[in-house]
Design a protein around this ligand. Structure first.
Ligand SMILES: Cc1cc2nc3c(=O)[nH]c(=O)nc-3n(C[C@H](O)[C@H](O)[C@H](O)COP(=O)(O)OP(=O)(O)OC[C@H]3O[C@@H](n4cnc5c(N)ncnc54)[C@H](O)[C@@H]3O)c2cc1C
Length: 388
C-alpha cells in the first residue's frame, strides 16, 4: 500500500515513534482499556523520548519542530494501534502560553513542560449547560486585589487528573456588559497541585473508551492574578488561535487510525477463508475497505495542506476544520469497514478492533462536532447566513 509522498518527510521521526510504540503492543492497550487506567508507562516513554516537547521552541528546551512533525508523531502513534489521546494535549496546549503568555510565564513554565517535569494537558472550556456555545459559559473569575476568585463547573476536562497545570477559560466580564460578543472571557494558567482541595474538585467520568476525562468544580477557588494569560477579556481570541493546531493534530490522529483499520481489515480479508476462498475476494468486502482508503488518503492531503499553511503562519481555519472533519469521517468509515470485515471477531477484545472503533468515534464529536464545522464552512467560506 502506498501513502502520499509528504508522509516520508519525517521518516526518522516516524521510525522512532514506531519503534517506541512497538514496546506497547495490543495486550498493553487492552489492559489499560479494561482497567480504565491511565497509560502512564506509554506517556512516560513518549515524554522521555522528547516527542511531547516537539513544538516547544528550542530556546525553551523543546525540539522546535513544525506542526507537520507533530502530525507525523500522532499519526504514527494511532497507526501503531496505540492511543495518543492520553497525552496529545501536552503537545499543543502550551501554544496558548507561548503565543500569549508573559515573558515571566514562558520562562517559568515552558522549560519545565519541555523537560516533561510539568504537564500542561488539561484544557477547561466546555461546560455542561453551554456546550458548544462557548460564549455562554458560566464559570466566572472575579478580580479581588492580587487574586481572582473562580466559581463554576467544567465538563469533559480530559486528563485533569494527570496534569499539573490547567488552561482555564472563564468569564471575567458579564456577557451583558461587553461591547463585542467575543469579549469578556479570559484564560488562566492554573496550578492544580496548589488548587486541589482549596476550591478545586476533579471527578472522573467513565466513558465508552479509556479517555481519562473528568468534570471539574470550582468553589471560590483563589488563584494569583498573575495566572492570567495575556490581557483580561481577550481569552476567547487566544483559545481560537490554538484551535487550528488542535484540529490539524487530531485530524492526523484520525488518519493514523484509518491506516490502522485499513491495514488490519486488508490483512484479515486476505487471510480469512470462507466458502473455500479469501473473504477479500468478494467485492462486498473489498469495496468498503477501498473506499475508506480513498477517503483517508484524501483527508491526509487536507491535513498536510492545513499543516503547511499553519507552519507558514498563513490563515488556515477552513483547511484545519475540513481536515478534522474529513479525517474523522475517514477513520470512522475505516473502523466500520474493519468491524464488518472481521465479522464476529470484530467484537472480540483480543483483535483490538472494537477498542479502536470506540476510540476513533470520539473525533466526530470532540474537540468540535461535525455539524459545527459544516456551519463554520457555510458561514465563513460560502457566505451563507449564520444558522445559529
Ligand atoms: C471524551 C471527551 C473528551 C473531551 N475533552 C475535552 C477537553 O479536554 N476540554 C474541553 O473543554 N472539552 C472537551 N470535550 C468536550 C467537547 O469538545 C464537546 O463535547 C463538543 O464540543 C460538543 O459539545 P457538547 O457535548 O456540549 O454538545 P452540544 O453542544 O450539546 O451539542 C450536541 C449535538 O448538537 C449539535 N449541535 C449543537 N448546536 C448546533 C447547531 N447550532 N447546529 C447544528 N448542530 C448543533 C452538535 O453538533 C452535537 O452533535 C470532550 C468531550 C468528550 C466526549
Amino acid at each position: 500500500m502506498t501513502e502520499s509522498t509528504a508522509s516520508d518527510r519525517f521518516s526518522d521521526i516516524r521510525d522512532g515513534v514506531r519503534a517506541l510504540c512497538a514496546q506497547f503492543p495490543g495486550e498493553y492497550w487492552r489492559r489499560v482499556d479494561r482497567e480504565r487506567a491511565y497509560p502512564a508507562e506509554f506517556v512516560q516513554a513518549l515524554t522521555e523520548a522528547g516527542y511531547l516537547a516537539c513544538l516547544v521552541p528550542e530556546e525553551y528546551g523543546g525540539a522546535g519542530l513544525p506542526l507537520a512533525a507533530a502530525c507525523a508523531i500522532l499519526e504514527e502513534i494511532q497507526k501503531a494501534g496505540a492511543n495518543g489521546g492520553a497525552c496529545h494535549a501536552q503537545i499543543y496546549t502550551m501554544g496558548t502560553v507561548l503565543r500569549h503568555g508573559s515573558t515571566a510565564q514562558k520562562a517559568k513554565y515552558l522549560p519545565e513542560i519541555a523537560a516533561g517535569r510539568l504537564r500542561l494537558q488539561a484544557f477547561g472550556v466546555t461546560e455542561p449547560t453551554s456546550g458548544t456555545d462557548t460564549l455562554s459559559l458560566r464559570t466566572t473569575a472575579v478580580r479581588q486585589g492580587d487574586r481572582y476568585v473562580v466559581n463554576g463547573q467544567k465538563v469533559w476536562t480530559s486528563r485533569a487528573e494527570h496534569s499539573d497545570l490547567m488552561l482555564l477559560l472563564a468569564r471575567t466580564t458579564p456577557k451583558e456588559q461587553v461591547q463585542k460578543k467575543g469579549e469578556g472571557l479570559s484564560v488562566f494558567l492554573i496550578d492544580m497541585r496548589d488548587a486541589l482541595g482549596r476550591g478545586l474538585t476533579i471527578r472522573p467520568i467513565r466513558t465508552m473508551m479509556n479517555h481519562a476525562t473528568t468534570e471539574v468544580f470550582f468553589d471560590s477557588l483563589e488563584i494569583p492574578a498573575d495566572t492570567l494569560v495575556g490581557e483580561e477579556g481577550k481569552g476567547f481570541r487566544y483559545i481560537l488561535s490554538g484551535m487550528n493546531a488542535e484540529r490539524i493534530l487530531i485530524a492526523a490522529e484520525c488518519v493514523g487510525d484509518a491506516r490502522w483499520f485499513i491495514a488490519k481489515a486488508s490483512g484479515y480479508a486476505r487471510e480469512r477463508k470462507v466458502f473455500g476462498r479469501p473473504i477479500g475476494q468478494n467485492q462486498g468486502v473489498q469495496f468498503p475497505i477501498a473506499r475508506a482508503y480513498a477517503q483517508s488518503e484524501a483527508a491526509n492531503l487536507m491535513v498536510e495542506r492545513a499543516a503547511v499553511l499553519f507552519d507558514a503562519g498563513q490563515p488556515c481555519g477552513p483547511e484545519a476544520n475540513m481536515a478534522k472533519m474529513l479525517a474523522a469521517e475517514a477513520s470512522w468509515a475505516a473502523a466500520e469497514a474493519c468491524v464488518q470485515t472481521h465479522g464476529g471477531f470484530g467484537f472480540a477484545e483480543e483483535y483490538d478492533v472494537e477498542r479502536k472503533f470506540r476510540e476513533t468515534r470520539l473525533y466526530q464529536v470532540a474537540p468540535i462536532s461535525t455539524n459545527l464545522i459544516l456551519a463554520y464552512l457555510a458561514e465563513h467560506v460560502l457566505g451563507l447566513p449564520r444558522s445559529y
